[in-house]
Design a protein around this ligand. Structure first.
Ligand code: GLC
Length: 422
């Protein structure tokens, strides 16, 4: 069982799918958000991009329309990435959006739209800073190779600056849902910072990448093994394989790969933050719009299998989901289960090889089996199969449209009689 917080933070378990947005000066070279580090671009040259950034097509409502179309329930926005450039009107560095030709507070505009449309807003904030004179760049991972002349590397002073910035972010932009710290390279540990953040935004959720322990884990770009998470988890993944920020020649994941990954993480009880990198003019690319719409249509058709359910792949693992006295795990590895009351949802998050799925060791017929993707009712039987001739009959769901629904993840709803669920 994933432990709950037993306070306002429990909304975390209801908001399961969010949009991550990586946007900053790095959208201009359009290579990767860490072009300074991974692409070895010169800092002097990069910092000149401030004179070019002019996203005339930025329209927060267009972004939020997509959030709605994708069935997403929150947005997480990069306020300051490792490059140190700030996407809001900050008083604590000149290196910010107000000093671009655009000259408008992007975060303010996004926050206004989010609050008006009741979309919870989360803020990403990078611990490393490749611009600020007090950040001790020492050539560790996600860092510049050393201080510049005139820099004054001092982690205490740097975190004073961080706190001043957070005070702006957490007092000037209304209610903030989560703080997404990123990569605490310097391993600066001061749990009082997270506690102080909670005084500014009661109920805020804080992730595990900052100067304190945080509330939830953030696995990135990989799908972990197992049937269930043991801690609150928000996985993140980008639509593009190579970058989080806009990349001109991006290698996009297939829609199906993303659906499989979303399904697996959500069926394990985690949340999913799916990323796009808008272009430097503020528009989200056609490829990304199409992907979000497709994934959203799928997500909306199967979301009842996530919202308000618990992971149930290990059928023997939790007292409250023991069915018909069975204490064994559902064995087939291409299947995950979630459960709400007497309803079990079967997630076929890997390609199915044939038209049936056998849910060994379950051996009870459901009242009804419905394929959520299209509402089709599926026949079921509990019969002895030649494959399992040495064992016993198991529940088999039949006639899956494997040759028709090839570009999606199928989720089946099984409704059982009350008495089979102890
Ligand atoms: C990694 C990347 C960073 C990205 C983040 C998103 O830490 O280094 O660029 O913003 O993942 O989770």
């Amino acid at each position: 069982m994933i432990p709950k917080f037993h306070d306002a933070r429990d909304v975390f378990f209801e908001r399961r799918f969010g949009l991550f947005i990586h946007w900053g000066l790095y959208a201009i070279p359009a290579w990767h958000e860490q072009i300074l580090w991974r692409g070895k671009m010169k800092r002097k040259e990069y910092e000149q991009l401030i004179h070019q950034f002019n996203p005339t097509k930025f329209d927060p409502d267009a972004w939020l329309d997509l959030v709605e179309e994708a069935g997403m329930q929150y947005v997480c926005f990069t306020t300051k990435h490792h490059d140190g450039f700030c996407m809001w009107d900050t008083a604590h560095t000149e290196y910010n959006i107000m000093n671009t030709p655009y000259g408008k507070d992007i975060l303010g505009m996004l926050a206004e739209a989010c609050h008006r449309r009741n979309v919870p807003l989360s803020l990403y904030y990078s611990c490393p800073d490749w611009h600020h004179p007090n950040y001790p760049n020492q050539g560790r991972h996600h860092e510049m190779f050393g201080p510049r002349s005139g820099d004054d590397p001092d982690i205490e002073k740097y975190y004073d600056f961080v706190k001043k910035q957070l005070e702006e972010l957490l007092t000037k932009y209304g209610s903030i849902y989560q703080l997404f710290w990123d990569v605490n390279v310097a391993e600066y540990y001061d749990p009082s910072i997270n506690e102080w953040i909670r005084t500014l935004q009661p109920g805020i959720l804080i992730n595990d990448r900052g100067p304190g322990k945080g509330d939830y884990n953030t696995p990135e770009r990989h799908v972990p093994e197992g049937g269930s998470f043991s801690k609150p988890t928000e996985a993140c993944q980008s639509l593009g394989r190579e970058s989080w920020g806009f990349r001109e020649d991006e290698d996009y994941y297939s829609h199906k790969f993303i659906m499989q990954s979303v399904d697996k993480i959500l069926a394990m009880g985690g949340n999913y933050l799916l990323n796009v990198g808008p272009k430097s003019d503020g528009a989200i690319t056609e490829e990304n719009v199409e992907a979000l719409r497709k994934i959203g249509t799928w997500y909306k058709s199967v979301q009842e299998a996530f919202i308000g359910t618990v992971p149930a792949s290990d059928m023997g693992g939790h007292d409250e989901i023991v069915m018909a006295g069975s204490q064994r795990k559902v064995e087939r590895d291409h299947v995950l289960l979630t459960r709400k009351g007497n309803t079990i949802y079967v997630h076929l998050y890997r390609d199915t090889q044939s038209t049936s799925v056998v849910l060994k060791p379950l051996d009870i017929l459901p009242i009804r089996a419905v394929l959520l993707n299209n509402g089709q009712e599926l026949p079921c039987s509990v019969d002895l199969l030649p494959w399992y001739w040495r064992e016993r009959p198991y529940l088999r769901i039949r006639q899956l449209p494997v040759n028709e629904l090839t570009d999606t993840v199928m989720v089946i709803k099984l409704e059982f009689d009350e008495e089979v669920c102890d």
